[in-house]
Write a protein that binds this ligand. Structure first.
Ligand code: ADP
Ligand code: MG
Length: 617
């Protein structure tokens, strides 16, 4: 009997402090929240030792009178909400009434304030109150200009556990600076200043505009290049400032999201940003610069899910994902400088005709497999109008005869029509290193990466087909293939059977822990249902964890499908296959890069070659 007792408010506040106050930067964040909620036009932050000994935030907001100051450190004391209903319409950065009580529990906090205006519009009297590690003193008169100054000293002095996790003052200062910069970027109409140990680190006048604010945290030329994007879906409003694909970073430091002016970490938005840049960034983990500012009505998002309010829960994450991905993608595509199209349809057709009569690819290596060309042919057979293919030349066939026996299958290309006219200006010269197609143009030598180009072709073809027909072509299997993804995997795949059908999969149940595959995506190069479906499962799982919507999942799936289906480096291509590839590539907007952003071709111009060989005078 009598084991349970109600905790002392001191202890309660210490526990609460553990959630809200992690380090000086989280204190800065709470205090700047409060200043902005008080309608400040100017906010000065002043720290010593990275905020460990001293952190002060001064604002010119509406201030507090003596009665308010008497309550300012009480837990769950707030002016911002009153009823449970208010929780559904939060229009302020703070609302829990917890911050000052928490900070006061783990530091010596002095709040000095005077109401702006006062009773007759004159200067209201100022007051001060101190909370020293949970001991709240009396409210006393004090000199104060209109607004509020909150001074936090000796943070965590009595909380060694917390102090242990703090880094050096320089690191803590870095976090404080990030916080101030992020607020400054979100509120360009408010003036911000940050001083540390007597040095001014930021002096941002009110009203200087978003681009100028962002330029304070990134390089000037990057800031100048930022594309401005605005959009909304009727509910959520988006303003984004994003770097063109040429301005990349090695880390995600400048992939930032704000919601209602608060910097948040949101997977949905982060993923949508990655999707928007997909296939535009160079490979090797390059990250974009993307500042995304969102505003949403309170009923579209729950901000009350995280003690520091740095994570949110969207009512319709899919809609947010779509909005961000589409708006950014469109802006990026419009901003892409026009890339000269090397192969026009007409030209590619003529090349095809020409090459058949004049050129030999090969001899093929014994390592050659028939699957690459047949994949290409499949690609061709479902392609919309294509230039006629040239029949292989006698020489080509001779070369084949010296190659592997399996080559015969594709030499007799059934779709290859007749009809030859000479080509001007562009001649395929061969395939180098088993990977690069070599072509001679009017005044240049062109190298093409066959895998990259083919992947790009397939990626676009798949997307076009999805857009126009709503689903991919199915290659029906004569004998269903049984795969064993386990009971959970099987259930998951069957749940998604309809979605999988759009990707060209035809699957059905087979016992408890297996499924029967009746058809595979026709585009698949080496149909291996077991491996391909394992990849799909993995994708579904990742999608569930990241809260991805269908559209995002689908584009991810298409990406993998294109890669699986493309000819590989090392696959030997017959001339007609090369030409078919070039002809298909011609029609694309992004033929200059593969879906992963690798370039597909390299052009060596005659003047450059002449310079290189010192032929110029
Ligand atoms: P919350 O912001 O969640 O309401 P806080 O503990 O941060 O809780 O602040 C408690 C209350 O103190 C606020 O609701 C507000 O009325 C008042 N307050 C705090 N800081 C300021 C400030 N800088 N200017 C005016 N009022 C403030
Ligand atoms: Mg607050």
């Amino acid at each position: 009997m009598g084991r349970i007792h109600v905790l002392d408010p001191h202890v309660v506040n210490q526990i609460a402090a553990g959630e809200v106050v992690e380090r000086p930067a989280s204190v800065a964040r709470e205090l700047i929240d409060n200043a902005l909620d008080a309608g400040a036009r100017r906010i000065d932050v002043d720290v010593a030792d990275g905020g460990l000994t001293r952190l002060e935030v001064a604002d010119d907001g509406y201030g507090m009178d003596a009665a308010d100051l008497a309550r300012v450190f009480l837990p769950h004391a707030t002016s911002k909400i009153r009823t449970p209903d208010d929780l559904l319409h939060i229009g302020t950065l703070g609302f829990r009434g917890e911050a000052l009580a928490s900070v006061g529990a783990v530091a010596r906090v002095t709040v000095t304030s005077a109401e702006r205006g006062g009773p007759d519009g004159g200067v209201a009297p100022g007051h001060r109150v101190v909370d020293a590690f949970g001991d709240i003193g009396p409210v006393e008169p004090a000199a104060s200009s209109p607004g509020t100054v909150v001074l936090v000293e000796e943070l965590f002095r009595h909380v060694p556990a917390r102090r242990k996790f703090l880094r050096t003052p320089a690191t803590e200062l870095g976090h404080v600076r990030d916080v101030v910069h992020r607020f400054a970027a979100a509120f360009p109409d408010v003036g911000f200043r940050l001083r540390a140990d007597g040095r001014t680190l930021l002096e941002a006048p009110a009203g200087e505009g978003r681009r100028a604010r962002l330029a304070r945290q990134i390089d000037d030329d990057v800031a100048k290049a930022l594309l401005e994007v605005r959009d909304d879906d009727g509910l959520v409003r988006l303003e984004a400032w994003i770097g063109p694909p040429s301005t990349t970073r090695r880390d995600g430091r400048y992939e930032l999201t704000w919601l209602g002016g608060r910097h948040v970490r949101d997977r949905t938005v982060a993923h949508a940003v990655r999707e928007a840049y997909r296939d535009l960034l160079p490979p090797g983990g390059a990250r974009p610069v993307a500042f995304v500012f969102l505003d949403a009505p309170a009923d579209a998002v729950d901000v009350n899910v995280h003690p520091q309010k740095s994570e949110v829960r969207w009512r319709d994450a899919g809609a947010v994902h779509r909005l961000v991905r589409r708006a950014l993608r469109r802006a990026l595509e419009q901003a892409q400088p026009g890339v000269p199209v090397t192969f026009t349809a007409e030209r590619a057709a003529r090349v095809a005709e020409h090459v058949a009569s004049s050129f030999v690819f090969g001899p093929r290596s014994p390592a050659y497999t028939a699957s690459a060309p047949s994949a290409l042919r499949r690609g061709l057979s479902d392609a919309t109008p294509l230039p006629p293919l040239a029949p292989p030349s006698a020489e080509t066939q001779d070369a084949d005869a010296t190659g592997a026996a399996c080559d015969h299958e594709h030499v007799a290309t059934p779709e290859a029509p007749a009809g030859v006219t000479p080509v001007e200006g562009l001649r395929p010269l061969g395939q180098a290193l088993g990977t690069y197609l070599v072509l001679e143009a009017d005044d240049a030598i062109v190298l093409v990466d066959q895998h990259a180009l083919h992947e790009r072709v397939l990626f676009d073809r798949i997307n076009t087909r999805l857009r126009e027909k709503g689903g991919l072509e199915v290659q029906r299997l004569l004998v269903p293939k049984v795969v064993h993804p386990g009971p959970a995997g099987a259930a998951r795949l069957l749940d998604e059977a309809e979605w999988l059908a759009t990707l060209g999969w035809d699957i059905g149940p087979f016992g408890d822990d297996a499924i029967a595959v009746h058809g595979v995506p026709a585009v698949l190069k080496r149909p291996d249902p077991e491996a391909a479906l394992a990849e799909v499962l993995e994708l579904l799982e990742a999608g569930r964890k990241e809260g991805l919507d269908r559209a995002a999942l689908l584009s991810e799936a298409v990406d993998r499908l294109a890669c699986r289906s493309a000819v590989m480096a090392g696959d030997r291509l017959a001339p007609e296959e090369v030409l078919a590839l070039l002809a298909q590539a011609e029609a694309l907007d992004h033929a200059h890069s593969c879906p992963h952003g690798r370039p597909t071709r390299l052009t060596l111009k005659r003047p450059d070659l002449e310079r290189w060989f010192h032929r110029t005078v």
